[in-house]
Design a protein around this ligand. Structure first.
Ligand SMILES: [Fe+2]
Length: 304
């Protein structure tokens, strides 16, 4: 594995994920009532939900195919955004400016989007999302933040090259040719994004980090009571040391709660660990994912 290349711009964080859903009202109710997000905007065209004072940490769009529409990363400053725009264009990718009307709807001031070669994944880089006056008040789960998004890719090496050599993500841990856990440098979280090898390109899961181990245990019982299918866990990931539970949304896309995660300093961080491709790497407690784990979710923009 080559060392990650430095980019001339800095990430602040993973800010939001946009999903396509087959029934907007049904998925809005699910993410509000069972996952515990708050609705900040409910329109015919989309729903905006949050787990912080941000206007949104998740956007739901009605679509024929459920899946991943895009992933939004906030950069540190307006200057970073301008540098990133030129830099990404210089990589030969087409820059899609976000129209003024959409910026207003999304309560952000500036941003652009582009699609990655191979997976087709749409990334958005933006700065400054409106902070709402009302704090986020947890309901069923004390959600701390949108934690990470994971995709399966048909061409693992190509995805690695783009994320680490071109877009400045750093590898925290990896299983050669199988999985890489990536931090949006210099954001300290062990991973905000991860790629897994796959027979095709698709969403694997969307993660929300919770504040308390009790949130994971209580969620297991709440999901069971509401006939939500649990597809992996509870367990503990070796790479991030997180305690986790995975379950399905109404379109059978996989959602995760996790508690705890290693953080990295900007300077002097440990090297990425090379992990064995063994079941114990995924769960040191020994649970095994069901066949439905991480299966559903087309990547919008991926080649069919
Ligand atoms: Fe995860």
């Amino acid at each position: 594995m080559n060392a990650a290349a430095e980019t001339p711009f800095r990430y602040r964080r993973l800010a939001y994920v946009a999903l396509n859903v087959s029934d907007l009202a049904r998925s809005t109710a699910y993410y509000r009532d069972l996952v515990g997000l708050a609705v900040s905007d409910a329109a015919a065209t989309h729903t905006a939900l949050r787990c912080s004072q941000d206007h949104h940490n998740m956007l739901l769009y009605p679509a024929a195919q459920p899946g991943l529409k895009r992933v939004g990363f906030e950069l540190e400053s307006r200057k970073d955004l301008e540098i990133a725009r030129d830099y990404v264009a210089g990589l030969g990718l087409k820059i899609e400016e976000i129209a003024t009307e959409e910026l207003k709807t999304l309560r952000t001031v500036a941003g652009f989007r582009f699609h990655l070669p191979g997976s087709g994944l749409c990334l958005e880089y933006f700065v400054q999302m409106m902070q709402l006056a009302q704090p986020f008040t947890p309901t069923v789960t004390k959600i701390e933040r949108l934690g990470h998004v994971v995709i399966n890719v048909a061409d693992f090496d190509l995805a690695m090259e783009w994320f680490t050599q071109k877009l400045g993500f750093k590898v925290s841990d990896f299983v050669p040719g199988f999985a890489a856990f990536l931090r949006a440098f210099p954001n300290p979280l062990h991973h905000s994004f991860a790629i897994l090898t796959g027979s095709d390109n698709h969403l694997n899961h969307v993660n929300f980090m919770v504040k308390d181990i009790d949130d994971v245990g209580a969620a297991m019982n709440r999901m069971k009571k509401n006939e939500v299918e649990i597809v992996f866990g509870p367990g503990r990931h070796q790479p991030s040391e997180s305690i986790f539970l995975y379950f399905l949304d109404p379109d059978r896309m996989t959602v995760e709660y996790s508690f705890g995660m290693e953080t990295f300093p900007e300077h002097g961080a440990r090297e990425a660990r090379l992990l064995e491709p063994a079941p114990g790497t995924l769960d040191t407690w020994g649970s095994v994912p069901t066949p439905a784990f991480g299966k559903v979710g087309t990547i919008e923009g991926a080649a069919a």
